[in-house]
Design a protein. Structure first.
Ligand SMILES: [Zn+2]
Ligand SMILES: [Zn+2]
Length: 428
């Protein structure tokens, strides 16, 4: 096995199926049998963080391994051939799965939810308090009409095995391997990690930069959670106060709405706005932070929902879409208003999340559906510069394209925001 191997994949092909030759597959590691799939699978894999159903996840340890072949039937006098391919990988997990036949387009999901792999709780069949089985979160996501769900249990990666194994059944809901990196100096969500990363700060006053850099470097989307929550005995480490460049370089987004708590709602947005004005390009996302899928009393899955434009409904495409920032938040749930928000600069179209060159005039263009009677607020550098009646016809606003400016939208009714957009930026 090559040095650095963390995942083994075995595939095989046997001749003679037409003559009822049958070849079974299994895998043995140095510590014993890892699994046996008979003749039902042609490809299997194992790693510390996952394995094909029927196989045990666990370290891919050095020592003697064996591909096991069984031959329950071959007719007398026949000779058949088995081709076995063994591949070695340096990551723990294959790329996340995809929902076939979807995209490109807008997808609606929840980027923040907990199961019994951390502190998600439900009532058991007989009424006792117990940890939420991950399938119940998936069921709630389908009931809410979501296209994707990131399960973001605190710090652990133990739920990723459940995600991988639930996904083939949920072929109408993309399940994302998420994680809430919960430090004593703030919480950050990740989507799309391919290995398990450290979450413990080396010392109480250490910067989270050392934790976030390898996660972002590995390709995952990283967002700061509920930045405006208190940080103290009421909620230790819940707020986010660490905004030094080394940290912000590894962050792609900010959770501008967490749950539906009215007081937290615009406070998260205000933090995001401050970071944008400081020159960071960050996607505005939302997360329900649902912990009790059998109880609607406080939070509900998909409220808020994040809507993102992606090339496909797959882990890599959603992660890519979130990083690009063509995304907005439906504050009150998945069935909220729709938005197309872009700009025109010298005849060139600039999408939400992108950057336009400085100089001249930028024309902002917004089309809002499903928000009759609501107000569209045009935001520049964090302040409202104009307001219009929200409309399914295109609304336009000209603004000077001064270096470093940024523009976003908020749609609201009498009781508060219903939609919060990401931003269009002018180059610094
Ligand atoms: Zn949190
Ligand atoms: Zn959480």
């Amino acid at each position: 096995m090559p040095a650095g191997t963390r995942r083994i994949e075995v595939s095989y092909r046997a001749s003679g199926a037409d003559a009822r030759t049958v070849v079974d597959l299994g895998l043995r590691g140095p510590a014993g049998l890892r699994g046996w799939s008979g003749g039902s699978r042609s490809t299997i894999w194992v790693s510390a963080l996952g394995a094909t159903p029927g196989y045990l996840s666990g370290p891919v340890e050095p020592g003697p391994w064996a591909v096991l072949l069984g031959v329950p039937n071959i007719r007398a006098g026949r000779t058949d051939t088995v081709d076995v391919t063994v591949r070695f990988f340096t990551d723990d997990l294959p790329a996340g799965q995809a929902i076939a036949g979807r995209g490109p387009g807008w997808f609606v999901g929840d980027l923040h939810a907990h199961s019994g792999h951390s502190d998600g709780r439900v009532r058991s069949r007989r009424g006792a308090a117990t940890g939420t089985p991950p399938y119940m979160v998936a069921e709630a996501a389908r009931a809410a009409g979501l296209d994707f769900l990131a399960l973001t249990d605190h710090n652990t990666a133990s739920h990723w095995l459940d995600i991988d194994r639930l996904q083939p059944y949920y072929d109408d809901l993309l399940l994302l391997r998420g994680r809430e990196v919960t430090t004593y100096r703030g919480h950050a969500n990740t989507v799309g990690e391919r290995t398990f990363h450290e979450f413990r700060l080396p010392a109480p006053d250490s910067s989270p930069a050392a934790l976030l850099a390898p996660i972002a470097g590995g390709g995952a989307f990283v967002s700061i959670n509920h930045p405006a929550l208190p940080d103290g005995e009421a909620c230790m480490g819940c707020g986010w106060n660490v905004t030094e460049p080394a940290v912000m370089r590894s962050v792609h987004g900010v959770e501008v709405v967490n749950g539906d708590t009215a007081e937290g709602l615009l406070a998260g947005w205000a933090f995001w706005a401050r970071m944008l004005s400081a020159g960071h390009r960050l996607t505005a996302v939302g997360g329900s932070d649902e912990h009790t899928v059998d109880d609607d009393a406080d939070r509900r899955l998909g409220r808020p929902a994040t809507v993102v434009w992606a090339e496909a409904l797959s882990e890599s495409a959603i992660v890519d879409g979130l990083k690009r920032g063509r995304a907005y938040v439906r504050v009150r749930g998945p069935q909220g208003p729709t938005l197309d928000f872009h700009a025109e600069h010298d005849g060139v179209r600039v999408e939400m999340g992108e950057e336009a060159p400085a100089g001249g005039t930028l024309t902002l263009v917004a089309t809002v559906g499903g928000a009759a009677g609501q107000t569209l607020q045009w935001i520049a550098d964090g302040a409202v510069v104009a307001a219009s009646a929200a409309s399914a016809a295109s609304l336009r606003l000209d603004q000077p394209a001064t270096p470093g400016r940024w523009f976003s939208l908020v749609v609201r009714d009498a009781s508060g925001p219903t939609l919060i957009s990401s931003a269009i930026h002018i180059r610094r």
